[in-house]
Design a protein around this ligand. Sequence first.
Ligand SMILES: Nc1ncnc2c1ncn2[C@@H]1O[C@H](COP(=O)(O)OP(=O)(O)OP(=O)(O)O)[C@@H](O)[C@H]1O
Length: 283
Amino acid sequence: MPRSRTLEPVVPQTIPPASVAVRATALRKVHGTGSTAVTALEHADLDVHRGTFTAVMGPSGSGKSTLVHCLAGLDEPTSGVVWVGGRHSPACATTSSPGCVATTSGSSSRRSTCCRCSTRAPTSSLPSTMAGRRVDRAWFDDVVTRLGIADRLSHLPSQLSGGQQQRVAIARALLSRPDVVFADEPTGNLDSRSGAQVLSMLRASTREVQQTVIMVTHDPVAAAYADRVVLLADGRVAGEPARADRRLGAAGAQPAGGLTCCGRRSPACGTRGGAPCRRRSPS
Ligand SMILES: Nc1ncnc2c1ncn2[C@@H]1O[C@H](COP(=O)(O)OP(=O)(O)OP(=O)(O)O)[C@@H](O)[C@H]1O
């Protein structure tokens, strides 16, 4: 007599329309096994349209990083389907953590690149070719200027600050004009001015070269740059705040006038995962 076994639910595999850059259907991710298993995603569904900037927010542990890693192919879902550019997104052996920027491009959507890892390469200078293609010079100049690293291109990684390395990683992600950019707390190591440069650049890339950007953030100011905010709770998409609510949230997070930013990472600032504190302390 055949033994019974638990089957994962069958997920309908309808190819998304061309306007959808990334689709997750019934995504489930369980980290670990047995008594240590943690369900990070539980039936998460999401469509992200081409040329849009989406921020993923939610409480600590709600599954934001896991979602983006599964979408980017940096982690393998336990069940469910991910489509990137009309193809299934396979898992990549690379793992990443906040600060990672992963990209996928149409021609190579079966491969994700973790640009945080790329910054460990022995040279910091941004390449003149990426994936065998020469980088467009005007786009190169535009990206490095807007990210404020034009005068750092000949420096070794050891000669760059953490924030500059972070911006080099972001430049790498954007230079090859990938269809989709996945960013996990991309401004986590940056001061507010550099953070604004990065966020403006990410937003510009959706407007000017139709890239799709999906960014995990705890920071309502960062989220205010996005076209859309997706809230996660307990591994599910729990809703999307209306624009007016988001503006209020961002305004509430702005430092009060007459004070100076403490500039430290602090649990008191209400963020987690190393995001810089944006509160201001009395001067
Ligand atoms: N590699 C792992 N092994 C075991 N559990 C994990 C692993 N990665 C994440 N988890 C767990 O999965 C859940 C979701 O984690 P995830 O990092 O996706 O949440 P998050 O919303 O990004 O959190 P945070 O905002 O704190 O970074 C958490 O309970 C976390 O402890």
